[in-house]
Design a protein around this ligand. Structure first.
Ligand code: PEP
Ligand code: MG
Length: 314
């Protein structure tokens, strides 16, 4: 493994000196998964399954779910596909999920928290994923949204392993970033959802245009948490991806690479540009840019610091 890691990579996602960052695509159904094949993405880093069911009155059957998941898996039959379990609630309520009346849905029962009220929904979705993946040689990676405790990661991982699925956790709540090691003890990988991580770190609604400066992923407080999670992944030798909007920003993608992030998953139109930018910088440039942003205290200073290190190469 060490030799494989050291070998220079020249495909998509290679830095100028041959370090590989896995480039993946964010998708929401079979059509977008097939469209991603026209980009340099090597697989799918985030399949937002809840988006398939926003208009449903009742829960789709296991067979119906399996047919939809199979379409995405078939788009990448032999490479990595990361399926996210339903991230229902807040901005994406599902009529068939157990949402209580709540004053602050973004801080309420959403994502994996629904499983604590109704574990059947999660169990049936995992069964559907198993059925969709039958006959495939690489098992799908499955991750839970809105993990905030190690106990949630542990119980999700158990439900996945029971079925032969590879379990992961999204890190999008600051508590999870701060305890990344404890979460990584239970799961095989984590993926940073920087959209929600910025919202919860900055206590600023990600949907509010008035607060866009606060939810900027270049906020140094957010970047410190990202760097922390990347370090935890390195320490435990487990993959740490980024699948929020931060991964679609070419300059920030270089900084994330410098933190030691192992995969970047972005909307299909952004994948090629991110890959092309990585090809112009070395891993050492990325590391220097990463160190520079961590010594700043506001987003503009962070951008400027990264550009000072990487600008000449871009
Ligand atoms: C995120 O929060 O960054 C993320 C990738 O998930 P979503 O945008 O679907 O909440
Ligand atoms: Mg999220």
């Amino acid at each position: 493994a060490a030799a494989a890691r050291a070998a220079a990579w020249s495909g998509p996602g290679a830095t100028a000196d041959g370090h590989r960052v896995e480039l993946l695509a964010n998708v929401q159904d079979g059509a977008s998964a097939r469209a991603a094949r026209h980009t340099p993405a090597a697989g799918i880093g985030l399949f937002r399954t809840e988006l398939c069911f926003l208009d449903r009155e009742s829960e789709p059957s296991i067979d119906e779910q399996a047919a939809i998941y199979r379409e995405a898996l078939d788009a990448y039959p032999s490479t990595k596909v990361v399926i996210r379990t339903l991230d229902a609630g807040s901005d994406k309520p599902l009529r068939f999920a157990a949402h209580p009346e709540e004053a602050n849905p973004a801080l309420g029962v959403r994502g994996i928290r629904i499983a604590a009220r109704d574990s059947g929904i999660l169990d049936r979705q995992l069964d559907a994923i198993v059925s969709a993946a039958s006959g495939r040689d690489t098992p799908p990676w499955v991750m839970a949204p809105m993990i905030s405790t190690a106990a949630e990661a542990k119980s999700f991982a158990a439900a996945c392993r029971l079925r032969g699925l590879i379990p992961g956790a999204m890190i999008e709540v600051p508590a999870a970033a701060l305890l990344a090691e404890s979460i990584l003890d239970h799961v095989d990988f984590v993926s940073l959802g920087t959209n929600d991580l910025a919202q919860y770190t900055m206590a600023a609604d990600r949907m509010s245009p008035d607060l866009a400066a606060l939810t900027d992923p270049w906020q140094p407080a957010v970047l410190h948490l990202v760097a922390r999670v990347a370090a935890a992944g390195r320490a435990l030798d487990k993959p740490v991806g980024v699948c929020g909007e931060a991964a679609a920003d070419p300059l920030l993608a270089c900084v994330l690479t410098g933190f030691g992030i192992t995969s970047l998953s972005a909307a299909a139109p952004a994948v090629a540009t991110v890959g092309a930018t990585l090809a112009t910088v070395t891993r050492d440039d990325c590391r220097r840019a990463a160190a520079a942003v961590l010594s700043t205290s506001d987003p503009d200073a962070a951008r400027t610091a990264a550009l000072e290190v990487l600008g000449a190469q871009r």
